[in-house]
Write a protein that binds this ligand. Structure first.
Ligand SMILES: Cc1cc2nc3c(=O)[nH]c(=O)nc-3n(C[C@H](O)[C@H](O)[C@H](O)COP(=O)(O)OP(=O)(O)OC[C@H]3O[C@@H](n4cnc5c(N)ncnc54)[C@H](O)[C@@H]3O)c2cc1C
Length: 291
């Protein structure tokens, strides 16, 4: 159980950032669907202060500006699934949300919590990596001003449960470039059940395909096959600017599987995970290239 000495539920960003900047820091609580079970199991020890950010104004909502969607950190998985802007401009994210847990969890689980928890099996990390997303981090600067910085999601994860977020920073939003014309996307989640299961592996694929079948902006992101979700950049480069036939697709899928460095665990062996990456990448690429 959570044994914090102090509980704060601020309503402004400045108040929340001040709590994070305080000596001893604070543990952020959003939906609690990771934090609660992890604390109950003794896997994480929260800081002295528990900081509930759910009442902080400005951390929710989805807007379109400057060629991107800006998705507030408190946006739930249920909202990602149904929001018209997400469905129109980042359908890959809505697709991944459709494979996420149960309705009860989707209604509580936030996008920011999913990314800050930094699980290698995060189901939102792979689509967001394939969509070239950036995270917006905020901290308190001198004289109480708010300082923000953007980090490419590809650089955000540092290891299982670890990110580039500094202890005094709050993840405020994620920016997702609007899908370019002709972009095709696919999401695959491997597990014993379609939704309510931790991914055995996940793959997110995005690419534009011209009428001549030439691919551009190829992105392949892999989850649950290494310490962090990753892009299979060599496989992407093999396909970029090409109109790949079945042999080229097979070579790229094999290359993506080489990027996987999975472990054996209760859900699957490393061998099986690599085979899944190989076979499902081939299937998804074939689907996108030869519809
Ligand atoms: C039954 C069940 C099923 C699940 N199924 C899935 C699934 O299918 N796919 C999947 O990917 N995950 C799944 N999860 C995990 C979890 O639901 C998600 O990771 C969820 O998105 C976490 O969001 P949250 O708001 O609940 O985060 P919280 O539990 O509130 O926080 C998670 C971590 O992030 C930190 N944090 C939260 N928000 C911020 C912020 N804005 N800035 C800085 N730090 C922050 C917290 O301090 C904590 O360390 C499941 C969990 C359960 C219990």
């Amino acid at each position: 159980m959570i044994s914090a000495e102090r509980y704060l539920a601020p309503t402004s960003l400045v108040q929340a950032l001040a709590a994070l900047a305080d000596d001893g820091g604070a543990t952020v609580l959003a939906g609690g669907t990771d934090l609660m079970p992890q604390s109950h199991a003794g896997r994480v020890r929260p800081a002295r202060t528990l900081l509930n950010i759910r009442r902080v104004s400005g951390l929710d909502g989805i807007t379109q500006d400057d060629g991107a969607l800006r998705i507030g950190t408190l946006t739930t998985v249920a909202t990602l699934l149904s929001h018209p802007l997400v469905r129109a401009h980042a359908p890959l994210l809505a697709d991944a949300a459709d494979h996420f847990a149960s309705d009860q969890i989707r209604n509580a689980a936030t996008m920011g919590g999913n990314l800050c928890n930094a699980s290698p099996a995060s189901d939102l990390a792979t689509p967001l990596l394939a969509l070239d997303a950036e995270v917006e981090l905020a901290a308190l600067a001198d004289a109480g001003a708010v300082r923000t910085r953007r980090v490419a999601l590809a650089d955000f994860f540092a290891g299982p449960g670890r990110t580039q977020r500094a202890a005094d920073e709050l993840l405020c939003a994620v920016r997702v470039p609007l899908a370019p014309a002709g972009q095709r996307t696919r999401f695959y989640k491997g597990g014993t059940r379609p939704g309510l299961d931790i991914s055995t592996i996940s793959i997110a694929l995005a690419a534009q395909r011209s009428s001549a079948g030439v691919l551009a902006g190829v992105r392949i992101a892999l989850g649950a096959v290494g310490p962090t979700p990753v892009r299979a950049r060599r496989a992407e480069a093999m396909l970029e600017g090409q109109a790949p036939d079945a042999n080229a697709i097979e070579r790229a899928a094999a290359c993506a599987a080489e990027k996987a460095t999975p472990i054996d665990d209760v859900r699957a062996s490393a061998w099986y995970r690599r085979e899944l990456v190989h076979n499902m990448t081939r299937r998804m690429l074939t689907d996108v290239c030869h519809p």
